[in-house]
Every structure is written in C-alpha cells, then in structure tokens.
Design a protein around this ligand. Structure first.
Ligand code: HSE
Length: 404
C-alpha cells in the first residue's frame, strides 16, 4: 500500500480525493498497488466530511511519515507550496501538482531536486486542466523537433469570450459564472490579464526548447479590452476572437512567445474550441500538426490529470521519469520585431487618417454602426504598429492581432 497526502483541500485537492475514491479499483490496478489517502493538509477543519479524520494542519506530520510516498500539491501559490514541495522531494517523496505558477517559476530546480532524490515531480495538471499535453511532449513526441506550440490555455477566458460572442453577455456576469463553476483562479486577474496562460505557455515552451523559458519575459495581453463591437466585426469578416498563447522556436536557443487575443478565421481549428475547453496545437518537424483538446479547467478534469501523475509515480517508485527542462535560460526574441496583420477599430470619420498612416489595408463598415469602423492592416512589425497607434491617439478604439 502507498500512502498519498494531499496538500490543500480546495477545488482541485477535493477533486483528487474524489477521483481516487470513485475510480478506486481501477486506479489501484493501474498503479499496481493500493493507494490510500492518508493525510489532507489544510488550515481549515472539515466537520462532516468523510475525510475529516485525515485532515492535518502541520506539514511535518506528512514529511515525517516514511510511508507517504506521493504528495499531491494542490495549494497554489509559490510560498508555502514551494517550501512543502521542496521538503517532500528532499525526503524522496514524489510530488504531483496542478500549480502552474510554481512549475513555471521553479520547474527546473524542483525537477533537479527530484532527480537527486530518486523521485519525481510531475505536473500534467498544470497545463490544459485534464488534457494530456505534458506527457505527449515528454514521452510521445520524443522523435520530433517541436517547432511551434499554439494554444487556448485558459478555460476562464475562453468561457468568457464564448459567452460574449454567443450571448453578447456582460463581462463581469460571465466571470462570476466561471468562478462559481470552479474555473477561475482565486485572483481572476491572473486569468483575464493573461498571466495564467502565460505561465502555461512558459511551461510548454520550456519543454519544447529543453531550456528554461522565463514567463516574466513573455509579452502578455489579456481580454479586458475586448468589446461586443469587436465580436460584431469579427463575425462580419468570418472570424472569432480567442486568447492565444504562442511559442515558436527560431533556433536551438531562441524562441518567440506571446499571449494575446487574436482574431482568427472560423476555419482555424482553434476557432471551434469553446466554453471551458482548451486546445493545444503542436507542430513537429516530422509529424506536422497534432492537436490536443479537452476541458481546460474545473475540479474533476484537473484532478483526473493529478491522479494520472500519482499513478505514474506509483509505477516508477525509485526511478526517475526523464523530463528535458534544463536550468539554462532560452532566449526570447524581441517581440517588437515580430510581425502580424492587425484589426483596428477606429472612430467614424477617421478613415482617411488611418489609411494615410497604414496604407494597403481594408476598411469594413457595418450597417447600424455609425460610431466606428474596422480596418484590417497589412502585415506590420509590432513596434512600428505600436508607434502608428500612438500617433493616432484616441481615434483608435481597439486593436487585435489577426491570425490565419
Ligand atoms: N483558472 C485556470 C483556467 C484554471 O481558467 O484555465 C486551470 O488552470
């Protein structure tokens, strides 16, 4: 029997307990040994909960029990979660986590600690909720040189954008619903400002490069400036709007990476990814494109990914599962030099002024919209485009990158 401890009895932590309990026989069979939830670490009490007698408030109870071989870190944050993870790994206990902030910040260090103590640090649930994406990158696509990864990596913002498009719904109201469904971060700013997606693309691109990609250096824009008017113009031009996280390897050391809303063609496979669903499009040099799709947030999908890691740890006791993610920093290319076409929404009457400074684009005017128009620009460098927009000042009401 293997004792398992869960750190944090919130949405994901309670989901982990539920998945292990509901799928007990099958989980034990696949793990090759019986798994027992021995401890749940939380500051709170849970009177009446079937696992209330497993709740402890002192992490040392877990760290000092030699029979605890696997720890699920579902606390979030980079403070106590880092200390407890490090301490568990130093004692040879494998750690499975859904904590993308911690993985993005300390991934290579914690992987090294795990290697030094013949245990594992696994983080399938940190990207794409229940979608298997870390394991495919680590195990299945090992013969590939990964050239690019593009994903819808945040369930909350995809849910919000889908509702805005379909129902013209109010941003705050939809965000509240996403929170009630357990999709959103404790601080939803991390979702709507793109930081959560940024951490996830940093993790995926680190695995793509085999080197560390610093999430803080990735240019990141959220969805707070997207309006129903933008969706009207997107629809009229056969497009939709998605928050895309992108990484492209330029050479062995250098990559381009960005998180930003994009107006994409309805033909793009990512345009079909709606609600809480996430998708990751991976381009390899031999395979070409492959896409991974599923529920990107929520209690049970995320917990299911954590438990898949628990099973992997049980199967690999005393053995280190290879993961290529070195401490060496990958170089992020200057984002101001990357090029894209843009959608601009500008004040009515400024058509000539916009065309004069960005020639060669296409104007779209919609019946019933007298206050603004859309302009689809030719391909421009980010930095140059930024300067042009500054020059146009408050004539510009909105702008979004255009993608195929
Ligand atoms: N808040 C995250 C999301 C949870 O909405 O995708 C899953 O990482």
């Amino acid at each position: 029997m293997i004792k398992v401890a869960v750190l944090g009895y919130g949405t994901v932590g309670s989901g982990v307990v539920e998945v292990i309990e509901k799928n007990q026989a099958m989980v034990n069979k696949k793990a090759g040994e019986e798994l027992e939830i021995a401890y749940i670490l939380d500051l709170r009490e849970f009177p009446g909960d079937p696992y209330e007698d497993k709740v402890v408030h002192d992490v040392n109870v877990i760290l000092e029990d030699p029979d605890v071989k696997i720890v699920c870190e579902t606390m979030g944050g980079v403070g106590a979660a880092y200390q407890f993870t490090k301490a568990a790994l130093e004692r040879g206990k494998s750690v499975c986590t859904s904590n993308k902030e911690l993985v993005a910040k300390y991934g290579p260090e914690l992987l090294q600690t795990a290697r030094e103590h013949a245990c594992n640090y696994l983080f399938e649930a940190s990207v794409g909720g229940g979608i298997p994406i870390i394991r495919p990158l680590n195990y299945s696509l090992t013969s590939e040189k990964i050239e690019a990864i593009t994903g819808i990596l945040n369930g909350t913002t995809n849910y919000i954008l889908t509702k805005m498009e379909r129902e013209g719904a109010d941003f705050d109201e939809v965000l509240k619903k996403a929170q009630e469904k357990g999709y959103a971060e404790r601080n939803p700013e991390a979702d709507v400002e793109g930081h959560d997606a940024c951490r996830k693309i940093a993790i995926l691109s680190s695995l793509m490069m085999g080197k560390n990609v610093d999430s803080e250096k990735i240019k990141t824009e959220g969805i707070t400036k997207i309006t129903p008017a933008d969706f009207e113009y997107a629809k009229a031009s056969g497009r939709t709007i998605k928050l895309l996280a992108r990484a492209k390897a330029l050479d062995e050391n250098t990559l381009q990476a960005m998180v930003a809303p994009a107006m994409i063609s309805r033909e793009n496979p990512l345009a079909m990814v709606n609600d809480v669903f996430n998708a990751v499009l991976v381009t390899g040099n031999m395979l070409g494109d492959s896409m991974y799709y599923g529920r990107g947030a929520g209690k049970l999908p995320t917990a299911s990914a954590v438990v898949s890691d628990v099973i992997d740890c049980a199967r690999h006791q005393g053995k280190v599962i290879m993961c290529f993610w070195d401490k060496e920093e990958a170089v992020l290319a200057d984002s101001s030099k990357s090029a894209s076409a843009f959608y601009l929404r500008a004040k009515a009457g400024s058509q000539e002024a916009v065309k004069a400074v960005i020639p060669g684009g296409r104007i779209l005017e919609l019946p019933g919209r007298d206050e603004d128009f859309a302009y689809f620009t030719p391909v421009l460098e980010e930095g140059a485009f930024e300067k042009i927009c500054e020059g146009l000042g408050d004539l510009i009401l909105g702008r979004i990158r255009l993608d195929a």
